[in-house]
Design a protein around this ligand. Structure first.
Ligand code: GRF
Length: 208
């Protein structure tokens, strides 16, 4: 059984998708052991409590530097023998040391088809605003392993949807979440826990 920690900052709908997958038996080889929030008012903490999962708050504001905050998180996760860290709307960029300690054991979900609309400054509604501005006809979501470079780690899964003529950033965000993110993330986490993800030369191979 792989021990999973989910790091969150906000609503936690992706966390909910994982909790639902676990409840439905779609995560047979994984256990969500910890939800760690960067803010005390993150609704994701309520979702964790409702699912009887341990919730913890560690705010970057309580630490003098990014490095100090990162070190605390590493210690907490190691103390709980965490095998997999899932970033599900975690709005804080951790130090590179985090990626070294948990190399190929950190999964992030991003609301675009990487390498489009990603990197520094591309988060939340901004991603969808930029996609609409660019006039692309498809967008989607990507689940990838995290490396020190933002949104640039090995891609695990992607799913595309069409952009509709009347889409706003809000409608697009909703459809990308419902149709892409909430499906891809539990699937990728399950594949990881089943030991089916291998990274070779920066490319993820899925052993089915
Ligand atoms: C999602 O769009 C995710 O792709 C991005 O942050 C958002 C988090 O939403 N990384 P939620 O907190 O899971 O509802």
């Amino acid at each position: 059984m792989k021990r999973i920690a989910v790091l969150v900052s906000g609503g936690g709908s992706n966390l909910q998708a994982l909790l639902d997958a676990a409840k439905d038996g779609d995560l047979p080889n994984g256990e969500i052991c910890l939800v760690l929030a960067s803010r005390a008012d993150a609704f994701a903490l309520t979702r964790a409590e409702n699912a009887n999962v341990l919730g913890m708050v560690r705010s970057p504001k309580d630490y003098p530097t990014r490095e100090a905050y990162t070190e605390v998180l590493i210690r907490e996760l190691q103390a709980m023998n965490i095998d997999l860290v899932v970033l599900a709307g975690f709005l804080f960029v951790l130090s590179p040391s985090f990626c070294e300690v948990f190399e190929h054991r950190i999964i992030n979900v991003h609301p675009s088809l990487i390498p489009a609309f990603c990197g520094d400054g591309f988060y939340g509604l901004h991603v969808h605003e930029r996609a609409l501005k660019a006039g692309v006809k498809v967008t989607g979501a990507t689940v990838h392993f995290v490396t020190a470079e933002t949104d640039a780690g090995p891609i695990i899964l992607q799913k595309a949807i069409d952009i509709e003529p009347n889409d706003t950033p809000e409608t697009l965000q909703r459809r990308v979440m419902e149709q892409c993110e909430w499906k891809l993330l539990p699937r990728a986490v399950s594949l990881f826990c089943d030991g089916k993800l291998k990274v070779k030369d920066g490319i993820v191979q899925i052993e089915e």
